[in-house]
Design a protein around this ligand. Sequence first.
Ligand code: GLP
Length: 241
Amino acid sequence: MEVVIAPAPELARLAADAVERLLTARPDGVLGLATGSSPLAVYDELARRHAEHGLSFARARAFLLDEYVGLPADHPQRYRNVIDAELVARVDLPPGSVHGPDGLAADLPGACAAYERAIADAGGVDLQLLGIGTDGHVAFNEPGSSLGSRTRIKTLTRRTREDNARFFDGDVDAVPTHCLTQGLATIMAARHLVLLAHGRGKAQAVHQLVEGPVSALWPATVLQLHPHVTVLVDDAAASRL
Ligand code: GLP
């Protein structure tokens, strides 16, 4: 696990460098995209590089980490819509090459199994961007998630719903109670993991991620077992290391 402590703009550049290296070596590379505030500056940087020197996503494919269950197709906080606005619409990544778990499927377990197959059929994820929750969740793998889990339905904890209420006009009751999320084993199958964390609110989770014992109580700690992880944190997020 490589840990880089640097100011936020530098972290975004480093994550974008990893994406650019992948797409230069392999234009049809498979990206794993994360939502939440942590990767936003990375998407800004990728959009800038696309505009300024033609970094191309035209042959790339992408898979989202997770999705809320039950948000209407046109809801702005549906993760598929969020990623379309934050990245897809700003670069030349074909919308048809971007996939997410279907939180509106009538058969949710079937949608989870289909999503696992789609990732496998694409040859797996080359580079997975990740954030981390204040409780150490990655994607929506909340504390107690099996380290061997695959894509499945999860119940969101009260804490995560409160954390994410800021995207729903501060109304925790508007935050869905369930989600579909790649499992920890799904995420661990990606070839390179790049995790970003900013701010003091993430300090305890980052401390556990880097220095804690591997435990389902802090799901991100499973990343310690991955052979190629880059952890990009600012001073505040690193303050308990
Ligand atoms: C959400 C997402 C995660 C994300 C986490 C942290 O719950 N499902 O993928 O990493 O929140 O979000 P933020 O980056 O906004 O702190």
